[in-house]
Ligand binder design. Structure first.
Ligand code: MG
Length: 247
């Protein structure tokens, strides 16, 4: 069941979204060769709690950290560890906060130092495709319009779309209905209406769309171990159109 949010509730989500937005800006400053992903997670935990919010990922289905840290071929759900960033890596950081009972969820893929043209373009295209999706998030449209726009933009540039993982509704819960796939048919799916809040999150691979989960039960990697990028924001549909709450 899709729960629509009132303007007042979206106001709460906007405040939660600002915590997650500011956290990602803060972490971007910390990204450099030599820093461990565990250290980034500590920065995140401290930042979120200092804001009076709660890290929504920590303990979610047993996840052990406040961020997912997904390097190169890791698509999503990388667990922070002692591994240190190196020049040329790309790292997806996905995180979220709960403020006054309301969730926000966002991800960026950051470049570590000088990165190959191939990876840089993958990261840029993934981010751009998110905005193509948001442009279709409008009252009276269909969910498939968003999915199709994201798929088309990436596939036209030779990339592939992860099928096993999708975006989602968000509100008091991190994962609410509906599922928001990054592939689909325009003109199909549930009708979009004011009050919907969605986490729109393209996950885009350089090679095959196929993914695997490692033995830790979390880390999702590309089947061919080629790089993958992720970009996500929490987006509300208001009377004035789509409003990105985490940017
Ligand atoms: Mg999400």
């Amino acid at each position: 069941m899709i729960t629509l949010k009132s303007p007042k509730e979206i106001g709460y989500m906007r405040r939660s979204g600002m915590v997650t937005r500011d956290l990602l800006l803060y972490l971007e400053e910390k990204i450099r060769p030599g820093v461990s992903t565990k250290k980034l997670d500590e920065f995140a935990y401290d930042f979120i709690t200092r804001k009076g919010a709660k890290p929504s990922f920590l303990g979610y289905a047993g996840f052990p950290a406040s961020i997912c840290a997904s390097i190169d071929e890791v698509v999503v759900h990388g667990i922070p560890s002692a591994r240190r960033l190196e020049e040329g890596m790309i790292i997806g950081i996905d995180t979220g906060a709960i403020l006054d009972g309301w969730q926000s969820d966002a991800a960026r893929t950051f470049l570590v130092g000088e990165v190959s043209e191939e990876k840089r373009r993958l990261v840029e295209t993934t981010r751009e495709s998110f905005f193509k999706g948001v442009a279709e998030f409008r009252s009276g449209g269909r969910l498939g319009d968003i999915s199709h726009a994201i798929q088309e933009y990436n596939e036209a540039r030779g990339y592939s779309i992860v099928r096993d993982l999708v975006g989602h509704g968000i509100g008091r819960e991190m994962h609410e209905d509906p599922n928001v796939p990054n592939f689909g048919r325009a003109g199909h799916g549930v009708r979009l209406s004011v009050g919907m809040v969605l986490a729109i999150e393209p996950m885009v691979n350089l090679g095959t769309w196929k993914v695997e989960t490692l033995d830790d039960g979390w880390t999702c990697v590309t089947a061919d171990r080629k790089p993958s990028a992720h970009y996500e924001n929490t987006v509300a549909l208001t009377e004035n159109g789509a409003e990105i709450l985490t940017l």
